[in-house]
Ligand binder design. Structure first.
Ligand SMILES: Cc1ncc(COP(=O)(O)O)c(C=O)c1O
Length: 440
């Protein structure tokens, strides 16, 4: 049962505003993302790699890009990896490789980042939005099946938040209809499904190196995976204006090459990805324990694990039903806890897609998720004390005073000195991952 909450929930039980605690350092602030913690460990290696590229004078594609592609292919156990300039471009290139044309229909979820749909409309094709499963937030295979028509030329399941879509259900439906599957795996590098990596399940996989992703660069970047030799060959042409040999253009492509500087940094990070992923899994399990410990099940729904594969937890997204999500978010912000809403406006209701004719009420599970979900910090370097602060603040919002006391006690013993004792400007530096860094 979801219990009601009062309007006065931004004040703690002892009547002091939550922000006052935070400002006085009583409870440390917890950023949504702290990329500086990762950089602190790899700083020298990354700088060395950047120097090496600058000394070489090879800045676009080049040996580092080639080596990164080979290393990713090994890590993901997929025969072809083709890097490109962003995850958005990866989706566009995938649809171009599949020859998606104006008027073709492509089925995808509405509850995803914008790029999943804009890749379709940039080719003059028509996005057909499917609803989601309300528990996993992943595209509902039954709705996908219902929306297949003779015009459907691709299906794009999104492995949202680090969890693979239900490929047991989607792949047979696509196969029966003879429709290729493009996996949007931007948020789910190293996630698996029955032991196989996302990106190796459908016809093409699309990944992002955006800094907030589990493997993030120092700018934009992305890559594609495929098990199909024909698609791999076409993607390699499409990303360089369809040019082969130099200045001879076989097809019209785009300019979407990965910079050597990005590749060099990503090659430093890739060997750590498995351990970072495990840390995310540990953090997710700890949140699950803490939410149970603080008896918050009546107030928020906590995401579960994926029994059929590896969930890589790019985001830890809770659901706060009953219209309280925004007030909860405000309370957490006042307490110095970073959160984000992925995504507040479903794609079928975006202004730019009005011409497609979708209405409110068309995708009820999607629309409710957009109103009720909230992403909490889950990055690998997040400490147990910080997680206790996050869950304690949530308990505080729902007015569970005895639970809050427990949280404050334990937080005091676990206080991370680097956050609490340093001057305020350093503390603010720790909160890297401001809103403009974490939109995708
Ligand atoms: C699900 C999804 N698809 C596609 C993209 C686009 O990737 P990029 O930002 O690298 O263009 C993102 C986010 O960045 C994403 O989260």
């Amino acid at each position: 049962m979801i219990l009601p909450h009062s309007a006065a929930t931004t004040t703690s039980p002892n009547s002091q505003p939550a922000a006052a605690h935070s400002a006085s350092g009583f409870l440390p602030a917890v950023p949504l993302l702290a990329l500086d913690r990762q950089y602190a460990v790899l700083r020298d290696e990354i700088r060395g790699a950047l120097d090496r590229v600058c000394d070489s004078g090879k800045f676009v594609l080049g040996p580092d890009v080639h080596d990164l592609e080979a290393e990713l292919a090994r890590s993901l156990r997929v025969p072809h990896v083709i890097s490109c300039a962003s995850g958005s471009d990866a989706l566009l290139l995938a649809l171009m490789a599949l020859d998606i044309k104006p008027g073709d229909e492509v089925i995808l979820p509405s509850y995803t980042f914008f790029a999943t749909a804009s890749a379709v409309t940039r080719l003059g094709a028509v996005p057909i939005f499917a609803d989601i499963d309300p528990i996993t937030y992943l595209v509902d295979p039954a709705d996908v099946k219902k929306k297949i028509s003779t015009r459907t030329k691709a299906i794009v399941p999104v492995h949202l938040f680090g969890r693979t879509a239900d490929m047991d259900a989607i792949l047979p439906v696509a196969k029966a209809a003879g429709i290729p599957v493009v996996e949007d795996a931007a948020q789910s590098i190293l996630s698996t499904w029955h032991g196989r990596c996302s990106g190796a399940l459908g016809d093409v996989g699309c990944f992002s190196f955006y800094p907030t992703k589990n493997l993030g660069g120092v700018g934009d970047g992305g890559f594609l995976t495929t098990t199909r030799d024909d698609i791999a060959a076409k993607l390699k042409l499409l990303r360089v204006h369809g040019m082969e040999p130099r200045y001879y253009h076989q097809i019209v492509g785009i300019n979407s090459r990965l910079d050597s500087l990005q590749a060099a940094v990503l090659r430093v990070k890739l060997p750590h990805l498995d351990a970072w992923t495990t840390s995310r899994q540990v953090n997710a399990a700890r949140y699950q324990e803490l939410f149970a410990e603080y008896d918050l099940a009546g107030h928020v729904a906590v995401p579960g694990d994926e029994p059929r594969g590896r969930h890589v937890w790019n985001q830890f997204v809770i659901r706060a039903p009953g219209g309280c999500r925004d007030a909860l978010r405000k309370h957490l912000a006042a307490s110095g806890v970073g959160t984000e809403i992925y995504y507040p406006v479903p794609l079928h209701l975006q202004q730019c897609f009005e011409y497609l004719g979708w209405q409110k009420g068309d995708l009820p599970h999607t629309e409710l998720a957009a109103d009720e979900t909230l992403a909490l910090p889950i990055f690998p370097e997040l400490t147990e004390a910080e997680q206790r602060t996050v869950v304690g603040r949530i308990a505080e919002f729902f007015q569970a005073p005895q639970l809050m006391r427990k949280t404050e006690d334990s937080t005091r013993t676990h206080k991370p000195e680097s956050v609490v004792e340093e001057p305020h400007f350093v503390r603010r530096m720790n909160a890297v991952g401001r809103a403009d860094d974490v939109r995708c």
